[in-house]
Design a protein around this ligand. Sequence first.
Ligand SMILES: [Zn+2]
Length: 82
Amino acid sequence: MGNPASRFRSVGVWLALKPSAFAACREADAPAVEHALAKRATLCGIRKEQVTVYRHLFVARGAKQCSECKAKARAADAAASM
Ligand SMILES: [Zn+2]
């Protein structure tokens, strides 16, 4: 179960009240959608060479964020906060 404080943090991650641990980036060819960048590729599989990386962190909410990156960033952050 965990203590109430850690449970609260997990809920905060799930609701995307704070940025994820991933850098935000956009594909050069399709800059309308923001992705979450891990080491060598986005969470949805686009190679790092194909994206422009931003200096802010990916926030897993909003219509302009890639749905696959949002789901994976939430799962990763939730796992990291346990
Ligand atoms: Zn993505």
